[in-house]
Design a protein around this ligand. Sequence first.
Ligand SMILES: CC(C)(COP(=O)(O)OP(=O)(O)OC[C@H]1O[C@@H](n2cnc3c(N)ncnc32)[C@H](O)[C@@H]1OP(=O)(O)O)[C@@H](O)C(=O)NCCC(=O)NCCS
Length: 176
Amino acid sequence: MELVQPSAEYKDSFTEAVREYKEEAETEPTRSYRSLSLGDLETDFEAFVARERSHAEGKNQPQEYVPQTEFWLVDGGEYIGHVSVRQRLNEHLLQIGGHIGYDIRPSERGKGYGNKILKLALRKAKEMGIEKVRITCDVDNIASRKIIEKNGGVLDSEIPNPETGVGKLRYWIDVT
Ligand SMILES: CC(C)(COP(=O)(O)OP(=O)(O)OC[C@H]1O[C@@H](n2cnc3c(N)ncnc32)[C@H](O)[C@@H]1OP(=O)(O)O)[C@@H](O)C(=O)NCCC(=O)NCCS
């Protein structure tokens, strides 16, 4: 099991995962992969991969986003999940979003991959020169709370998220 850069090698399992994301309820905090076009992925997966990789240079993403490096968790040659490591914080990330955002494809949840993806992403953050990782989750996201706390998260504060009305737990993880 490892974190890799997005790659066309994982086209089939990634596309299956996108089908799963699309079947999830709109309320799930699943990442933007839900809105990908299956037709576009089928016809030009290489272009999608290139766009994903270009986020590390701050390209092909909303203007207010900081550069973020995208990784895929793969196991046995199959796509399992996705994690973004933001290269620095802006005010919104400090307050709400944090350095790291992750998800596991629905059919692979509850098998320990969530714990693993954060563990591996913290190593990547350290390699990228981040010493104190800001990480947040909704107060009602029990699985994510457990993952963060198991990986050394120290609770800093809880604030109401003005965008959703749901409390946001804000942690720091020291990776020095
Ligand atoms: C949150 C998420 C990443 C968890 O991934 P996962 O692979 O199911 O997590 P794990 O199997 O490693 O489980 C982590 C812990 O949460 C617990 N858990 C898993 N699913 C749970 C659930 N639905 N309810 C309560 N606890 C749950 C596990 O028992 C485990 O606890 P333990 O370490 O004490 O044994 C996954 O549900 C997901 O992708 N959700 C949508 C995106 C998201 O919420 N991302 C995080 C944003 S902060």
